[in-house]
Design a protein around this ligand. Structure first.
Ligand code: SF4
Ligand code: SF4
Length: 264
């Protein structure tokens, strides 16, 4: 559980075996494996916006409280966008705060990187949408590779519930890639106000919903009533809207959101 989406350096990827679609690998991780729970410490565990949404839901906290208690905040290189990582316990072992007695106490809502391991997924935008490469991250300490359960990329991703994670993470990485190119083109970085709104839209859908309810922002956008209602009632829909709105407000164009035209 070492690598989050798109935090795989090229050197790291060069050192690992790329898994072709349909190619099998053997792996299992359960309490019967001798190293069980050993890897949930001292991690550089990136938390994507969708990870935060799910983790926060699992703890029952507000997003503000969750981020304060469990996350470290940094800035994404090249864009300045806020990025979060799990705050490891401040003890010598630096265990993940959700690791207790070698079990994951937030298993149903664990982050993408924990679900994806022992695979690593690298993505980049291409003419036909997101292109992915998947790697097997074979690490000597991990005894899971000696187990007999056989998987391929598709069966593993499905078993680990990664479909909604990958879809949302791809949107986040596309936003970041586009923003990086846009900032280079215009030669300036986001303002502190834009960064603050980005953090709200990406990591605090509960607060973003309150903000939208109390503002006229959606009145100025070409949105159906059904989508407006979804955004205010459903945090996944709100995060999806947040990606669209950041594209539109930061770069002036979004594929799935436009400003309202002049009244006829
Ligand atoms: S089998 Fe691998 S992933 Fe599972 S606990 Fe052991 S080291 Fe971690
Ligand atoms: S979230 Fe769960 S699986 Fe991931 S590092 Fe923490 S304890 Fe381990």
């Amino acid at each position: 559980m070492t690598s989050g989406p798109k935090d795989l350096s090229q050197r790291f990827l060069d050192e690992h075996e790329e898994l072709q679609p349909g190619q099998a690998f053997c792996f299992a991780c359960h309490a019967g494996v001798s190293c069980f729970g050993a890897c949930c410490s001292a991690l550089d565990l990136m938390l994507t916006p969708y990870d935060v949404l799910r983790l926060r839901r699992g703890t029952g906290q507000s997003s503000r409280d969750f981020v304060h208690e469990y996350a470290d905040t940094g800035a994404m290189s090249g864009t300045g966008l806020p990025i979060l990582s799990m705050h490891m316990q401040e003890t010598q072992s630096r265990r993940c705060p959700f690791s207790h007695n070698n079990a994951c106490t937030i298993y149903d809502n664990r982050p993408s990187a924990c679900r994806t391991y022992p695979l690593g997924r690298a993505t980049r935008p291409g003419p036909q949408g997101i292109q992915e490469q998947v790697f097997v991250l074979r690490e000597a300490h991990c005894k899971g590779f000696a187990q007999s359960a056989r998987w391929n990329t598709a069966t593993w991703m499905d078993d680990q519930g990664l479909v909604p994670y990958n879809a949302s993470n791809d949107r986040f990485m596309t936003l970041a890639d586009n923003l990086r190119a846009f900032e280079q083109q215009i030669g300036r970085k986001l303002s502190s106000q834009q960064l603050g709104m980005s953090g709200l839209a990406l990591y605090q859908p509960d607060d973003f919903q309150k903000f939208l309810t109390g503002s006229h922002l959606m009145d100025r956008l070409d949105m159906t009533d059904a989508r407006r209602n979804d955004v205010l009632a459903d945090e996944e829909a709100c995060l999806d809207f947040g990606f669209d709105w950041l594209e539109l407000s930061l770069m002036g164009h979004a594929d799935h959101l436009q400003p309202k035209g002049p009244a006829a």
